[in-house]
Ligand binder design. Structure first.
Ligand SMILES: [Zn+2]
Length: 443
């Protein structure tokens, strides 16, 4: 190789991945709190969006709400040369399936796919929920504005589609309004099954459920904190994989946890003013969300939400009792904060959809040696790879080494026992795949 080429290559490998992508800042700045406010208001004004509510009225009930969401996606699509494939995905749920299904109902999701140019069958998903509820989960007629739970997540999803539809991505992005959440996570179950049936390669789902409350019931007020919930390991792992974890580690390194760390890392890089909290659990204590059915199907999925909840404003009949105003009404939603969490989603969707796929296999070795050795499968479209490692007690990937376009590397003097390791593929604009925890032993 000529010296000049070597110099250029050196420059590229040292600067190429280290710089940030300026388009990501444009995406952050393009997210509009005003448009989110407008959409949350429209959604709240459908009176109720209960899954079992009216589907005929043009102004009230879940039918009117989903038709409006579909028409919004179609409008966004018409502004980007029909860049979105918009459709309903639906399943019938029979009366008595659980106590909350008091009559037969079609659970209808509204899906918009922005097709990737290079990996059309690889998908990263952002979801919000269409449906709402009051105190009695079977009450499908009372006013249930569900402004924060979960018009905020739905409006954020629409807004992310508006902003990202101005760009082209290598992988596909799905923006989806899921229904049936409050009745038993039916919409997520339906879409996850649909994805399996279609053979979609799902990178993961960013499930947004309540992204607009900044005043906690505990008195804490913060428009910077938010939570990323992720389960430790997939429920679909085999007995063999479970057994291997005892000897090789991985108790806190499942695919959903890696997706959570990805979102944490991207946020810290581009929105350092935010305070993402990695929560090491599937969801809030004993509670549910629409990422779970994706986890159940073996896909990565996380919940993104506010850090400080107010329980008097969730799942409540609108009323005043002992001087407390109950109800999930518009005036409690902070649209500036919903904008920030929408931006968190948008930059992660963009980063994943611009980045290469992750290596399929990552092998690790170094037993009774002073060095850790890693070897991984080559990724088409990657310009290089990063080896990440961290203390076994650390929640985040704190150390890395960029190793260029190779498929194996030895970390000299780093003892395998004392750290956890992983490998990410790096694309030409510096965007990374999620980190892959070793899934094979290198002998
Ligand atoms: Zn809810």
């Amino acid at each position: 190789m000529k010296p000049i080429c070597t110099l250029l290559l050196l420059l590229f490998t040292t600067l190429g991945f280290a710089q940030t992508d300026l388009r990501i800042y444009d995406i952050i700045n393009s997210v509009s709190a005003e448009r989110i406010e407008k959409d949350v208001t429209t959604l709240a004004n459908f009176g109720t969006r209960h899954t079992l509510s009216d589907t005929v009225s043009q102004t009230r009930g879940i039918g009117a709400a989903r038709r409006w969401i579909k028409s919004e996606f179609e409008q966004i699509s018409s502004n980007c040369n029909d860049c979105l494939e918009v459709f309903y995905q639906k399943d019938i749920v029979k009366k008595g399936d659980n106590a909350r299904i008091v009559h037969d109902v079609w659970v209808v999701n509204v899906v918009a796919i922005q097709r990737g140019t290079k990996y059309p069958n690889r998908f990263i998903i952002m979801s919000g929920d269409i449906d709402s509820r009051v105190s009695d989960p079977a009450d499908f007629t009372s006013d249930s504005p569900g402004a924060n739970d979960n018009a905020s997540g739905m409006a954020g999803t629409l807004e992310a589609a508006r902003v990202l539809s101005k760009y082209q991505f290598e992988s596909s992005i799905i923006y989806v309004g899921l229904s049936g959440e409050e009745q038993g996570l039916y919409g997520g179950k339906g879409l996850a099954a649909h994805a399996k049936e279609k053979g979609w390669d799902i990178v993961g789902i960013l499930n947004n459920d309540m992204i607009g409350n900044i005043t906690g019931v505990d008195g804490v007020v913060s428009n910077r904190d938010f939570r990323i919930f992720s389960e430790p390991v997939p429920p679909t792992e085999t007995e063999q994989q479970r057994n291997a974890r005892r000897f090789y580690g991985g108790e806190v390194d499942g695919i959903s946890r890696q997706l959570a760390r990805y979102v944490y890392h991207t946020t810290k890089t581009y929105m350092p003013e935010m305070n993402p909290m990695m929560i090491y659990r599937l969801d809030r204590f004993g509670r549910g969300g629409h990422h779970r059915p994706f986890n159940d199907a073996g896909f990565a999925g996380i919940r993104i939400m506010e850090a400080h909840e107010n329980y008097t404003q969730q799942h409540q009949d609108i009323r005043v009792e002992d001087g407390i105003a109950y109800g999930d009404v518009l005036e409690h939603v902070n649209f500036g904060y919903a904008k920030k969490l929408t931006a968190v989603n948008a930059i992660n969707l963009a980063s994943i959809a611009w980045g290469p796929p992750a290596p399929e296999t990552v092998e690790i070795g170094g037993i009774v040696e002073p060095n850790a050795k890693l070897k991984w499968s080559k990724v088409d479209g990657a310009v290089g790879y990063k080896i990440y490692w961290r203390d076994t007690t650390s929640p985040t990937w704190d150390n890395y080494r960029y190793v260029g376009d190779v498929t194996e590397h030895t970390l000299e003097g780093i003892v395998i026992d004392n750290f956890f390791f992983g490998v990410a593929a790096i694309g030409k604009d510096g965007h990374e795949s999620p980190v892959v925890f070793p899934n094979k032993i290198l002998r």
